[in-house]
Write a protein that binds this ligand. Structure first.
Ligand SMILES: Cc1cc2nc3c(=O)[nH]c(=O)nc-3n(C[C@H](O)[C@H](O)[C@H](O)COP(=O)(O)OP(=O)(O)OC[C@H]3O[C@@H](n4cnc5c(N)ncnc54)[C@H](O)[C@@H]3O)c2cc1C
Length: 254
């Protein structure tokens, strides 16, 4: 029996039978909670099984030769809008919740989320992981600006909850920001807590334009950081969070 089959046999023994499906012939695990995601990461570390995280997967669709030894974790069952807190101006959404639906749900609370009206057809987790960025009157407005707290399953099997829903929380480095963008290489964003705004401000954000998503550039820098300081830091962070490389970079371009 090869490695992936042994891993899936173990997963099927430890989780309810419907968690693994085969999509485009790849074994795909569908966690239904942060605990399940963390347990899968723990097992993957123990059995040295590499994983690939996907949301809607429209752009990087896990299929073909480059994914053949990987097990996919798909966020499609983490698709709830968990909490809307109008008085505190935040929402908590599952990673698999469609970003575009956010403003439909927020409208009745007189709230909105600026990036939800961009033409990004993907999940909340995917938008954060790709670092979705808008052009705001000539300035960059990354989605991470509103990413204040999360539940994250880490390679190794820990579930962490970095960040805070308070208006002012940290004086030092805000760990939650490391995950946007992170391209699925540092861990699984299980739920995301996003700061939302009152609709009285919506007019200010009416002209937001989506910027292109620069995965190829990221892949190139990851493989050849050269003297790019921010790429060097990203690689250091990767080696701390994922020392066993359970979440490998998949170069879909070369
Ligand atoms: C390389 C690339 C280029 C794109 N270019 C465009 C474009 O030019 N125009 C456009 O309109 N749209 C673009 N998109 C967005 C795309 O069309 C889809 O909207 C998107 O792929 C839909 O799926 P998703 O948001 O669930 O993310 P996915 O495609 O499933 O995943 C994107 C990335 O995020 C990671 N990821 C996903 N969910 C999580 C999570 N919960 N935790 C941690 N990591 C996660 C994945 O590993 C992957 O690296 C692009 C997306 C990608 C990935």
């Amino acid at each position: 029996m090869i490695g992936v089959d042994r891993f899936i046999e173990r997963v099927n023994g430890e989780f309810p039978g419907d968690r693994v499906t085969y999509q485009k012939s790849l074994p795909t695990f569908h966690p239904q909670s942060g605990d399940e995601a963390a347990r899968l990461f723990g097992l993957a570390t123990e059995m040295k099984q590499q994983l690939y995280i996907t949301g809607f997967g429209n752009n990087i669709s896990p299929e073909g030769e480059k994914f053949k030894d990987l097990v996919v974790i798909r966020t499609d069952r983490l698709n709830q809008l968990v909490r809307v807190m109008p008085e505190d101006f935040y929402v908590v959404a599952g990673a698999g919740y469609p970003l575009k639906e956010l403003n439909l749900r927020l409208k009745k609370h007189n709230l909105f989320f600026p990036h939800a009206d961009l033409p990004y057809v993907g999940s909340v987790g995917g938008a954060l992981a790709t670092g979705l960025t808008a052009d705001y009157g000539g300035h960059d407005l990354p989605i991470s600006r509103y990413f204040i707290m999360a539940e994250i399953g880490l390679p190794g099997g820990k579930l962490i909850k970095p960040g805070s829903a308070c208006f002012k929380s940290v004086s030092g480095f805000d760990i939650v920001k490391i995950f946007s963008p992170s391209w699925g290489l540092l861990g699984l964003i299980v739920t995301a807590c996003l700061r939302v705004l009152p609709t009285s401000l919506a007019e200010d954000y009416a002209g937001l334009k989506m910027q292109s998503i620069e995965y190829e550039q990221f892949v190139d820098l990851f493989q050849n950081p050269g003297d790019n300081v921010s790429a060097q830091y990203s690689l250091k962070i990767k080696s701390k969070f994922d020392p066993q490389n359970n979440l490998p970079l998949i170069d879909i371009f070369h």
